[in-house]
Ligand binder design. Sequence first.
Ligand code: WTA
Length: 632
Amino acid sequence: MQIKTLEEYLDTYRRSVEDPIGFWSEIASHFLWKQPWQRVLDYDWDKPEFRWFDGAKLNITENCLDRHLATQADKPAIIWEPNDPNEPNRVLTYRELHQEVCRLANALKSMGVQKGDRVCIYLPMIPELAIAVLACARIGAIHSVVFAGFSSRSLATRIDDAQCKLLLTADGSFRGDKIIPLKEIADRALEMSETQCVEKVLVYRRTGSDISLQEGRDYWWHEMVGQADTHCPAEVMDAEDPLFILYTSGSTGKPKGILHTTAGYMVYTTYSFLNVFQYSGDDIYWCTADIGWITGHSYIVYGPLSAGATTVMFEGVPTYPDAGRFWAVVEKYRVNQFYTAPTAIRALMKFPLDFVQRYDLSSLKVIGTVGEPINEEAWIWYKKHVGNAKVPIVDTWWQTETGGILITTLPDVLLDRPTFAGKPLPGIQPILFDDDARVVEGFPASGKLGIRFPWPSMARTIWGDHQRYKETYFRYPQRYFTGDGALRDEHNYYRITGRIDDIIIVSGHNLGTAPIEDVINTHPNVVESAIVGFPHPVKGNALFAFIILKQTPEDTAALAEEINQLIAREIGPIAKCDKIAFVPGLPKTRSGKIMRRILRKIAAGQTDDFGDTSTLLNPEVVEQIQKTVQQL
Ligand code: WTA
């Protein structure tokens, strides 16, 4: 399945466009099926509906686990590096991981979980998180992993939306020098839950914190799982049976429960993993993401394990105990492929070079980034100091909704160039189009980024809201709309220029402005608010809130802090605003729409050239806002 030369890439790509059915059925033949498919692809852009490998039967965990037992049962599947470097690490071979997954799967069954039930997973980055994901897949339960940095409210909303029957969590979580009381947060979420759908909670002991278990609802993991049988037959799943729901921010309203299904997701994540990282033999692969995000789902768990790789899982943070931690871990395990976020690189760049140079990074063969554009300066630092000026960088563009990497370069096949993600992987047909939905051909070209042919790992719906799925991603004819802008140059390389909707990417996390504004507006002293993003040297973007108050207090700094605490409590610390300005008004059009374009310019420090403000209802407010911002 691996592409090794430019000619092969060009040939494979051409074939994938001319004969997608033949191309994908060839790729799919490398997997373990209980029954073959009848049709490779059925689709309808208008419904919209996409069915891949229809008629096939399989279980993804047999591909991730069972099929490797014959040939490499003793190969490490997961190497887990704890938050504290002095705590012993854990290594699970494919045999051990298989047993642990079966054990938990049996425990889940004994607790009443059945095929199609939703299970919420709210766990730190410990092996049990990967085990939990796979145990659900083993029995056909749909997992919904919620990042363990989210608040009680965010957890409750997600539990209610998916109607989860069971919650998997831990007593606490270690992050750097902090302990986060996960069980307490989960308890509050269960109190807030409007539908009270969660019947049982399974709690893993990680921090040894003092917690209370609610009789009849909460159970210790070690008590339920320790005794369970290590054999669990894999549930027979249809190709299009749901595999998981993962929530991502929308530009308006509540988070979107992105639904991925089984066969297409498996085929695409495995294929892209093998090609983008050129994994081979006994390579050690490390992706630093959290499994609470799509990157962790596709490129810590499913893709690597299905490919039979050794995948490193890291519990901690890049700067604990110091800014050399990533590189210490690379040296410790002789990591060959390293995959991280631009924001982490930018954060580490600020520290003395010694933190990198102290370590032997000569094992690295590929280094990658994901989640947001990587600026040229960070790219060059990464290449030079981590990649020893020669290791290929893969700047991978994709989304929760795409399931896997769509645009990238391939190591030693397609040249890496700063600020360009690269070219489409085989099977992916990107287009640029203008405001009238007309496709822009040739180069140089810029426009909205779309994909004009289905691919196996595309999201199938938004849980419980197919109409929103249609309106968000399929509002233009015959294409998937990404929400990103991009440009294409003479080498047919794509540069992603950023979101063109009201989603802001802060430290690689997607945040919708509307839900944060909604939280701010619940403060009794707030009349109205608007949030925009502004460039930030480490986070990529940071949030700037413009707020109209009922009454201006003496101590505005204290009020700003109070508002940030409110946001942290209701959404999570990642959604806090770096800057808050209390302003007399917001620039509005005559129809009452906030002119965010102007606020973005002010937030970026621009002092003139706000474009045509004559159409504003209240042009005078622009100058007043500027004054306030200058005084911040
Ligand atoms: C952005 C993360 C530029 C983009 C896998 C996309 C990127 C959003 C890149 C999806 C990249 C992701 N270069 N921008 N290499 N990768 N993005 O759903 O705006 O958390 O739409 O998925 O991140 O974020 P999500």
